[in-house]
Design a protein around this ligand. Sequence first.
Ligand code: XMP
Length: 517
Amino acid sequence: PVLVVDFGAQYAQLIARRVREASLYSEVVPHDMPAEEILAMEPAAIVLSGGPSSVYADGAPALDKALLEAGVPVFGICYGFQAMTQALGGTVAHTGMREYGATRADIDDTGSTLFNGQPPQQSVWMSHGDSVSEAPDGMKVTARTPGTTVAAFEDDERRLYGVQWHPEVMHSTFGQRVMENFLLRGAGLEAEWTPKNMVDELVARVREEVGEDRAICALSGGVDSMVAAALVQKAIGDQLTCVFVDHGLLRAGEAEQVRTDFVELTGADLVVIDASERYLDALAGVSDPEQKRKIIGREFIRIFEQAARDIVHDRGDNEHPVKWLVQGTLYPDVVESGGGAGAANIKSHHNVGGLPDDIQFKLVEPLRTLFKDEVRQVGLELGLPEKIVYRQPFPGPGLGIRIVGEVTADRLETLRKADLIAREELTAAELDRDIWQCPVVLLADVRSVGVQGDGRTYGHPIVLRPVSSEDAMTADWTRLPYDVLARISSRITNEVEEVNRVVLDVTSKPPGTIEWE
Ligand code: XMP
């Protein structure tokens, strides 16, 4: 694999993703993994990620020089570039001068390994305090920026390369080309990480992890859990049972759709559990979003534990209890629930931070290191139809986190009607593939005055939250055509009695998250 050494921050997984976009298999390893262990993984190349602002900071992670002397091609990025400089005897100046955001890099040698085929000037994304003031011996300096004279260097002989900026972020216009030049030209690797190899690898890992044990899969109706289920089914066949909990927080028609789409297509063993009453009871009186998420996560697990006992009982096979719970957790869920090293807890995704501590399953999460677009590729490779694979994301906690305020049966009914109208109109306007998703939110604790017919109304607002995104980590609000918005608004206020106002959320992420809770 191409190993990305994680020096902290949230860049490492993104780098791994870019490497995989270059069709090479990549994994992230922590910076405190000893060099001999890293080398024992036989890396085809190593990328040193960005990290804290200064190599001089207290406790700044060190780079073991052995990684640079093993004959493995190495690419240092930002902090990794500076750590490399220091390890090889160059100078990192603690100037106190900072360079943040987009800037212009001047490339000195467009025939070099990293910059081959690129223009002499490119927009790059910077985020650093210290600067390399003197490159190590043997390094050829190949780029500079207004803020630093040594912004990139290369040594083809030792196959060591580095850049001060972040080629992995979208704002670095030739970033992916720089990465690919390192991987394909510098390290001389050949692209081979195809969707088929990705599936084979994931299947093999699940097989090894689960062995002869039984597993159940929590199907939510979303893409992630369906792909995870299909993958695990491929790995362990009928050792897997799929369970679909109807928690009563689903959109109109959803439970039916899971049945038809998934079961008929994959022929998987499916148990449907109606738990709507139980959820309404558990959520009664609760309006705090984190508390809702934790309750929904906890009830999920308790229901699965019961389902697992029932499966064993029904099969009369006490020898093989259900040990594993399969979840379609993706990397962004892990990061946002505070799972990445040093990452803050933004919200407890029900299948990560929302899990109870005393959970009796071991978790198998085959998609945990993947981003959404990779999951879609895996899904297609597994033979799932586009109808499932390109389905818009829908959160596990469902409408429970789209009612701002207490969740009640009446409010769910109101939201379901409004949501169905929005979905119908977006589909009719053929906009489904253009938007990432469009949460429809009921502000249950807010009322406003309206007028309808000859009478005064005092109803609730509905929020439309159409967003465009690449991976849900960041998003922008989608500029939907006014006439589509007008149709949705007029239909919702006419057809849903409790609603007298429709508003549009025009916030990007950050600062807003996609969901309101
Ligand atoms: P946020 O609101 O964090 O959402 O910007 C990012 C993406 O994740 C979805 N989401 C969830 N998915 N369980 C899920 O399976 C959850 O608890 C959860 N919370 C948010 C959200 O719909 C968006 O696609």
